[in-house]
Design a protein around this ligand. Structure first.
Ligand SMILES: NC(=O)c1ccc[n+]([C@@H]2O[C@H](COP(=O)([O-])OP(=O)(O)OC[C@H]3O[C@@H](n4cnc5c(N)ncnc54)[C@H](OP(=O)(O)O)[C@@H]3O)[C@@H](O)[C@H]2O)c1
Length: 282
């Protein structure tokens, strides 16, 4: 059940809302498969689901929301505006399209997917997100893949920082400096590709020895590290037993030494693109 998932407070207009610190990611899960995966995640206890217009699976996520017995108000739903829709009016239209596909009248969190520098539209896109939040179509708004200079520009030009910055974070890319900047500006860090599957981090010997010591799997050790460094974490799996395993993180703790040993694996190694250079859909 969700009772044992801690939450973090997000700025939401004049107030705050709570985001579960553990959610379910859906990137690369095809629309026809995602409904069963989300239902398995909800059965395991997850109450937060991360999708995006770009993932092409918002309709499948929406089917799961209709089929589950979990009431909508108990769920935390995130989607994102894709790069090709950036701009003020086009973002408003993209949100309506996402809400229609998801079959809901609001999301809990709406994010700009990438800064997409070649398009140079993220400030206008951010203004549209603030309007959507003020209209109640998104309870909180944020960004993904923003570096300090992108965040500073939003603040300078609109007076408002995002509530969330969803960025690539895992033991080989700990992003300590950007996470500290986020923290200093009351921005919650949400860690994507938390298992670093493309970098095979689960076979790292340091992770393996900690897993032996705490009698958990390498994936559980990595996910527990994300929780203990204060991030929101959104692992993805299409395998029901791994979906359950990735939720089973709340009956153990890593010691400070174990957290520091994982911190020490940082190599600044990305599995995804550098946000300053990623312009797909511009
Ligand atoms: N904002 C952005 O730009 C952005 C970018 C990337 C991702 N995201 C979000 O972040 C979420 C998570 O990132 P991700 O999907 O890239 O990667 P991830 O969650 O770090 O890893 C997923 C991979 O790990 C495997 N896996 C999952 N649990 C496992 C376990 N317990 N043991 C061994 N292998 C395991 C999965 O395979 P099986 O399915 O076979 O279990 C899958 O291949 C995404 O789904 C998406 O929602 C956002």
């Amino acid at each position: 059940m969700t009772a044992n998932v801690p939450t973090l407070s997000l700025r939401s207009g004049d107030g705050t809302i709570e985001i579960p610190q553990l959610g379910f990611g859906t990137w690369e899960i095809p629309d026809e498969e995602v409904t069963d995966c989300v239902l398995a995640a909800l059965k395991a206890g997850y109450r937060s689901i991360d999708t995006a217009a770009f993932y092409g699976n918002e309709e499948g996520v929406g089917r799961a929301l209709r089929q589950t017995e979990v009431p909508r108000e108990d769920l935390f739903l995130t989607t994102k505006v894709w790069n090709d829709a950036q701009g003020f009016d086009s973002t408003l239209a993209a949100m309506d399209d996402s809400l229609r596909k998801l079959g809901t009248d609001h999301v809990d969190l709406y994010l700009i997917h990438w800064p997409t520098p070649a398009k140079d539209a993220y400030v206008d896109t951010w203004k549209a997100l603030l309007k959507l939040r003020d209209e109640g179509k998104a309870k909180a708004v944020g960004v993904c893949n923003f570096k300090e200079h992108h965040l500073q520009r939003l603040s300078e030009e609109t007076g408002e920082m995002p509530a969330v910055n969803q960025i690539e974070v895992h033991p080989y890319l700990t992003q300590a400096k950007l996470r500290e900047f986020n923290r200093a500006h009351d921005i919650v860090t949400e860690d994507w590709s938390p298992l670093g599957a493309r970098l095979d981090i689960i076979h790292d010997p340091v992770i393996g020895s900690i897993a032996n010591a705490v009698e958990k799997t390498p994936a559980q050790v990595i996910l527990r590290w994300h929780l203990q460094i204060g991030s929101v974490v959104i692992p993805r799996s299409t395998n029901p037993s791994r979906i359950e395993q990735n939720f089973d993180l709340f009956d153990f703790e890593l010691s400070d030494e174990q957290v520091q040993a994982i911190d020490g694996l940082d190599e600044g190694k990305r599995s995804g693109p550098d946000p300053d250079e990623f312009n797909v859909g511009a």
